[in-house]
Design a protein around this ligand. Structure first.
Ligand code: ACO
Length: 329
């Protein structure tokens, strides 16, 4: 069975159009001061008309493949994490495959909201355990702007569009970056705290009916906040304990970018100084599943993560779902 999981390349993409807090002040009753002090967000990227999750996924995927020195045709599996797929059918993974100009690979979408990338990565590890020669493209892509209620100031200021990608394969003991281990969890009883119900089969609608607020992100922010800090902390502690790794051994903490206060709270619990905590929420806002691969790709390309670093990833999202991962660079 494969036990070495090597990340061969990183890619990320964000649409050209930027929506600043000042722009939002013209749309809803909010201020740059409120958004910055409550979330750390200064701007977010928004797709162009006609641009889709699979378009962004293809951009990020091509970058990751180029970095890995691989051709798309070498891939054996494509896993896409998203809660904003292009369509219900076909899956965004299938659309992405076609946009990459390849066919034959197993393609599947994974739905775990903001934890989607870590869930997709674990899925990829499973494929590699079954087929050691597998070469798995793992992409997360979100067009949250099309599932945003632009009349709801409590949610519309929080999200942005982006995509991130990695290629996961097997490899030798000494190869890096190596995905050492992961832990994932969920609590479906808390699902109603963060929803996009509309379009699902439990929420029947008739042709011609107007679309209501249930088609867009609805969130009980304060409750979500508490669960996010508690669960990200506990699942990181459990993973470190499983590997006998002390908090002081972590070189970089890279959490899901939902809110600077959540990122800061998790960092404090682990006694990790702010300069070792990666954050780009100011420029991207919360891009859900895409947030971790975008942050990873940026952290690698800017040298924030250096060879030899032990990096702790953690996420929390709707479902509720959460997870942690350890990567040795
Ligand atoms: N501008 C100005 N005022 C606002 C805004 C806004 N954009 N939004 C809300 N307010 C007001 C509210 O109406 C409220 O006013 P009131 O006191 O008069 O009623 C006040 O600000 C406080 O609102 P809260 O919602 O209590 O503010 P809070 O400090 O909790 O911050 C936030 C809200 C930023 C949403 C925070 O709770 C949060 O980040 N939650 C977690 C988000 C998260 O982690 N999500 C998980 C991943 S997302 C996914 O899976 C897709």
């Amino acid at each position: 069975m494969q036990t070495n999981y090597i990340i061969r390349g990183f890619g990320h993409y964000a649409p050209e159009r930027v929506l600043t807090n000042a722009d939002l002040e013209k749309i809803v009753d909010t201020t740059d001061e409120w958004i910055t002090s409550r979330t750390g967000i200064k701007q977010r990227h928004i797709v162009a008309e006609g641009e889709s999750a699979s378009d962004m996924a293809a951009q990020a995927a091509r970058q990751a493949l180029a970095e890995a020195g691989m051709e798309p045709a070498e891939l054996t599996h494509i896993v896409v994490a998203t809660f904003t797929p292009d369509s219900m059918i076909p899956s965004t993974a299938c659309v992405l495959q076609s946009k990459l100009g390849i066919s034959g690979q197993m393609c599947v979408d994974v739905s775990a909201a903001c934890s989607g990338f870590l869930y997709a990565l674990q899925t990829a590890r499973g494929y590699l355990a079954l087929e050691p020669e597998a070469k798995v493209l793992v992409v997360a892509a979100e067009v949250i702007s099309r599932r945003t209620n632009w009349d709801d100031r409590a949610t519309c200021v929080l999200f942005g569009d982006a995509a991130g990608a990695v290629v996961l394969t097997g490899g030798g003991e000494d190869e890096r970056p190596r995905l050492l281990d992961m832990m994932l969890a969920a609590d479906g009883s808390l699902g109603d705290l963060l929803t996009v119900h509309g379009g699902g089969s439990a929420y029947a609608y008739k042709m011609g009916e107007p679309v209501g607020p249930e088609y867009f992100v609805q969130m009980q922010g304060r409750e979500t906040f508490k669960h996010a800090v508690r669960n990200m902390t506990s699942i990181c502690e459990a993973l470190l304990e499983r590997h006998g790794v002390g908090k002081s051994e972590i070189d970089v903490l890279l959490p899901h970018q939902a809110n600077w206060r959540i990122i800061d709270a998790v960092g404090r619990k682990f006694e990790i100084p702010p300069e070792k905590v990666f954050a780009n929420i100011d420029r991207y806002a919360n891009t859900s599943a895409a947030s971790i691969p975008v942050a990873l790709s940026e952290a690698v390309k800017t040298g924030f993560i250096k060879p030899g670093d032990l990096v702790l990833l953690t996420s929390f999202g709707g479902g509720f779902t959460w997870g942690s991962a350890l990567v040795r660079f």
